[in-house]
Write a protein that binds this ligand. Sequence first.
Ligand SMILES: [Fe+2]
Length: 268
Amino acid sequence: MFVGDFGDEDVEMVTRIANLAIEKAVILGNHDAWLSFAKKEVTEKLHDSLDVLGEDHIAYTVREVPAAGISIVGARPFSWGGQSLRSPGLYDEIYGVHTMRQSAAAIVDAARNAQHRDIVILAHNGPTGLGSETTDIYGKDFGKPGGDWGDYDLALALQRIEGYGLRVRAVIAGHMHHKLLHPRGAERKRFIKRGDTTFINCAVVPRVERGKNGEELSYFIRMRWLDGECSSIEEVWVDTHGGEHSSTLVEVETIGDVVPTLDEADEQ
Ligand SMILES: [Fe+2]
């Protein structure tokens, strides 16, 4: 699973991901649609990125993983976080989605087509409702720091999907960097659990670092699944030959309910 932000409409990098000879599911990030949002129209590069990924870009669709007993549902791609879609016309052009509520409905529709009751959601940014401190998993740490910078459509979709008796076992997203701008250098929570759902923020930035001997190491999260349940989550640093340099078992913090909010006037 890839949570996006491969580059600023970097078609070459997206093509490299698309050509990987592994099963994959991808959600593109705001950077992958950077120029399109600036121009408020779908650029040729974004068209090319979507073409090259084909069905592996699972926005508003479902990917079955029978071996794990789960269905992966794709949420809204290109998210910048916050309460605005930023360029509703762009979403309309590609997905026929013009508002947060329509986007939520499209995520729910995908989940209702899932073959498993146990659902994993793949998104670029996580949902609202998980806290508004800068250190919270999708808390705003830039500009005027503080506030919930999650996706409201995803929060709405989660409630409705659970209302249909499906279990959202995990929401996997990125976008919000692990090291904070305010307070500078602090780190945000990245693994939390609320009810049956584990929320994972994968955005360790940079995700490529040098090891002690100068070797290039890349960051991954590894989850083990059986019969729709996740039994372990590890953070893994891997060298360019696929060798595991280190792996650390993740401890997940359980939180209570925080009600998602949206100023209706700001809704697009
Ligand atoms: Fe992003």
